[in-house]
Ligand binder design. Structure first.
Ligand code: AHR
Length: 498
């Protein structure tokens, strides 16, 4: 063999090694690059990592770069007509202007949230279950936010609102692995069961431990003690909201950011992990990564493969929450993929629309949209426990109310005559719980959310998650004003004007 031939062979060998190294490097960088590229949305990331989405739901944006179909459907209550809201472009943001135009002058509700994964796992309004009645749709314009610089709407879940698909395709069953995340809000939560997104029972009933695998977010401390006051990202694995381990986990310290990434993954046979992150910045924190609960029924899991949004597996529907986007995967996602998804979520730049109404300090009358009567302190009472009712407008201060900020977008509502505040009686959480006047206690039972409902507003209690409601839709003077699960009717809607 000549020296030239030997050199050529050596060069070829060196070249081959270099090519191999370059190939590995390219593959490595390519994976990371793909995951973080602007065109690589959450389901592109999970697909590239070998754990494709089998459900992808959002009212704010496409979750795959190629997706240009409908995101969700709204129904107009004036004539029951429906329309689908799509994206502005493939892989882009929701066309909220189409919703505004279609719903102009009336109220719309979100009737369906389409699955972008191609599996057909669309969510429709949940029917009755083992522990809750027929649900209603979220009010379509109740949760305006900005994403990618565009005005879009999230799904505002109040007590009584829920979505479900009990007949799915490709969702994990039995002990098969899956990952789930949702983007939610730490400013719209409560301690009632159960603001969930993910795997649940196909018959809408509690069928036992291990029959659910849904990510939960809220302030319900199911397994005491919990660390701090939450809200926490937890795993609803059925008959328990698990902060990690067998339920309690001091490392799960909660996340009250305006936008929260809530993530749960479960390999079905031995391990689960919980992560949370500020969806506006930074990375994910691993709250738990270890054994599935050893308390019976969770090893192995018995996933059933339905999908629930906004309620528990048995339709326990007393919780509040906000939903902007979420996916479920086939397979247990890698941490690298989770991190890339979080980076993509942060790049969206979710921001809350500034709440400029009602103006704090202004004396308003609250006129019921069904009856035309106003919210009134019974007999102009000033004592704690004074009932709150409807009455024809009298122009006095017993019928005037001032809003002041209680933080996180919540309000305290003060009666101008008495100086006492609108209160959820005994901090009740059930349908029919009374409202009354009480001196200020600075607790969530005396805090209220004011959210758009078409051209009117709903007023809902932060503690109960219930909506300010007129008893039996009465119209007579003296009809008591109480709290009830959201019903999407005018008896629960109010005009707020001086
Ligand atoms: O695991 C918590 C809740 O318990 C489930 O969501 C519900 O099905 C049951 O009531």
């Amino acid at each position: 063999m000549t020296v030239r031939r030997l050199t050529a062979l050596r060069l070829r060998a060196v070249g081959a090694v270099l090519a191999l190294v370059a190939g590995i490097l390219a593959a490595t960088i390519g994976t990371a690059g793909t995951a973080q590229a602007a065109s690589s949305l959450p389901c592109d990331v999970y697909a590239a990592a070998g754990t494709p989405c089998v459900a992808a739901h959002s009212t704010t944006r496409a979750l795959l770069a190629s997706y240009s179909g409908a995101l969700y459907q709204v129904k107009r209550l004036s004539d029951n007509a429906t329309t689908n809201i799509g994206t502005l472009s493939a892989g882009g943001y929701a066309n909220a202007a189409a919703q505004d135009s279609f719903c102009s002058g009336t109220e719309c509700i979100i009737t369906e949230i389409f699955d972008q994964s191609g599996k057909g796992n669309h969510l429709t309004i949940e029917g009755p279950g083992g522990n809750g009645g027929q649900d209603v749709g979220a009010i379509a314009n109740a949760l305006p936010v900005t994403a990618g610089g565009h005005k879009v709407y999230g799904v505002s879940v109040q007590a009584g609102v829920g979505y479900r698909d009990n007949s799915t395709n490709g969702i994990a069953t039995g002990s098969r692995p899956e990952g789930t995340y949702m983007v939610t809000s730490g400013h719209h939560v409560d301690g009632n069961c159960c603001f969930d997104y993910g795997n649940a029972e196909t018959n809408s009933k509690d069928t036992g431990n291990g029959h659910m695998d849904a990510v939960n977010f809220g302030t319900e401390c199911w397994f005491s003690p919990c660390s701090g006051s939450g809200p926490w990202v937890m795993g609803d694995l059925e008959n328990g909201l698990f902060a990690g381990g067998n339920g309690t986990n001091g490392n799960n310290t909660g996340n009250s950011s305006a936008f929260v990434t809530a993530l749960l993954k479960n390999n079905g046979t031995s391990t689960y992990a919980i992560k949370d992150g500020n969806a506006q910045s930074g990375s994910l924190k691993t709250d738990y990564n270890g054994s599935l609960p050893t308390t019976g029924g969770y090893i192995p899991m018995s996933k059933e493969g339905a999908i629930v949004l906004g309620t528990g597996g048995d339709d326990s529907n007393w919780s509040d929450g906000s939903f902007f986007e979420g996916v479920m995967t086939s397979g247990y996602p890698t941490d690298a993929a989770d991190n890339a998804v979080q980076a993509d979520i942060v790049s969206v730049g979710y921001t809350q629309a500034a709440q400029t109404f009602p103006v704090t300090g202004t004396a308003y009358r609250l006129t019921n949209a069904n009856s035309g009567k106003v919210l009134d302190a019974q007999n102009c009472g000033t004592a704690n426990g004074t009932a709150v009712q409807l009455w024809a407008s009298l122009g006095n201060t017993c019928q005037q109310w001032k809003f002041s900020s209680a933080g996180n977008g919540h309000y305290t509502i003060t009666n101008v005559n008495s100086g006492t505040v609108l209160d959820d009686k005994n901090c009740g959480i059930g349908n029919g719980t009374a409202t009354q006047l009480w001196s200020s206690l600075a607790n969530t039972c005396q805090q209220w959310d004011v959210t758009p409902a078409g051209s009117h507003y709903t007023i809902s209690n932060v503690n109960s998650g219930m909506t300010l409601d007129v008893t039996n839709c009465g119209t007579a003077n003296g009809t008591l004003v109480r709290q009830w699960a959201q019903l999407d009717n005018a008896c629960q809607q109010w005009d707020i004007a001086p």
